[in-house]
Design a protein around this ligand. Structure first.
Ligand code: ZN
Length: 388
């Protein structure tokens, strides 16, 4: 294996050369057979470091598990860059990866806090029932096959971090795969990625429910290539039941862009929109808040003190997540609305202030640069654009 030395954050790792995995357009093709390091995930990992640091403040000593570690970059960075980490289990089932994890732990002087492990991800998680207060599932593809074991390994108020790279099924490109994998129907709309993230959260919460753990999202972010969600766990059947009340469905009208939320896992869905056309449905999914504003502000404060190369990008992403945190589900696309009215596209900032001055919530969204989130009815939004 051809390896090179890479520095990310404060951590050095020996890694297979990412150039060997490069496809066109600056993407990297992961491989199920070879150990792989994806430089495009640096931003995602930097944010994880600050999330783990904020989580560490809730516990005396942080016990972390990175069960699908590859070369170990995430787990090693936690052990090296987060204060308060007592132990970090960095596991992979590949011998090549295991050898690299051990070498990389030594390279950073982390042999005391890092426990390199060679096992199936589900087995290492099941062997540590209730032990970890931070579990980071970072698979190639779907985290679904590991969620049950991850929930059983979570401590009382443990944090569960998930990456999903199967954004195409979750966003409605392959609805059958989404239904089979997550037991939910996605929907191709301008906010299909948000629907995908809400389906993923809802699925994780139903698995959490089996373990009597309530999993509440405190931060999520999405790109075309991956979804990242952080779920704060809390043990208790009652709390898990409370959470299920915010499970539901989104009904979308393709003719007039109206959306309707129905609450409850088992509930009746509206058939027809007020305009007379038939609704399309997505769900079951999480209809509650996608983030906790105060939590994000703490993450931003931690990030600001660090010396990350991508800090500026990360902070502006998180600021936008905080801005939209208290908004309702779904967002609108400015160009689509203007096209619908055959009007020139209004300025985003002006539209948002106009909606706010009518007494509604309005914000931009990190999901799309041309998207905005509001609880104003569609008629009100269209009226404001008409009169702009
Ligand atoms: Zn309609």
């Amino acid at each position: 294996m051809r390896t090179i030395l890479i520095t990310e954050g404060k951590t050095k790792v020996e890694s297979p050369n990412p150039e060997d995995f490069k496809t066109g357009a600056g993407d990297y093709a992961p491989s199920l057979t070879k150990v792989f390091y994806n430089p495009n995930m640096e931003l995602c990992r930097d944010i994880s470091i600050s999330v783990a640091q904020v989580t560490a403040q809730m516990f005396n000593r942080l016990y972390i598990c990175d069960p699908l570690a590859g070369i170990g970059i995430r787990g090693l960075r936690y052990a090296n860059e987060v204060k308060g980490v007592a132990r970090c289990v960095v596991n992979d089932k590949s011998m090549d990866a295991f050898e690299l994890i051990k070498r990389n732990a030594e390279l950073n002087g982390l042999s005391n806090s890092v426990e390199a492990s060679l096992a199936d991800a589900n087995i290492i998680l099941l062997q540590n029932r209730g032990k970890f207060n931070f579990v980071d599932l970072d698979p190639f593809g779907s985290p679904a096959p590991f969620l049950d074991a991850a929930c059983s390994s979570l401590s009382r108020r443990g944090m569960l971090a998930l990456t999903a790279t199967d954004t195409a099924p979750l966003s409605g490109t392959y609805p059958k795969t989404c239904l089979r994998r997550y037991g939910a129907k996605p929907l191709k709309t301008e906010y299909c990625h948000e629907i995908g993230i809400r389906i993923l959260i809802g699925f994780a919460q139903r698995i959490g429910g089996l373990h009597e753990i309530a999993l509440t999202p405190v931060l999520v972010h999405a790109t075309r290539h991956y979804f990242r969600i952080y779920l704060q766990g809390q043990r208790g059947a009652q709390r898990a039941d409370e959470l299920l009340k915010e499970m539901g469905y989104i009904s979308h009208c393709n003719a007039c862009m109206r959306r309707k939320i129905s609450y409850g896992l088992i509930t009746e869905l509206p058939e027809h929109c007020e305009c007379g056309r038939k609704y399309s449905h997505a769900g079951p999914l999480w209809t509650g808040k996608l983030a906790d504003k105060r939590f994000i502000q703490e993450v931003i404060a931690d990030l600001s003190e660090r010396n990350f190369g991508l800090k500026h990008q990360e902070i502006s992403l998180l600021c936008r997540c905080a801005e939209e945190a208290d908004g309702p589900p779904t967002f609108y696309d400015l160009n689509r609305l203007a096209g619908f009215l055959k009007k020139p596209t209004p300025k985003m900032g002006e539209l948002i202030s106009a909606i706010r001055s009518n007494g509604y919530f309005a914000s931009r969204t990190h999901f799309s640069n041309t998207g905005f989130r509001t609880d104003a009815p569609i008629e009100e939004i269209l009226k404001i654009i008409e009169n702009a």
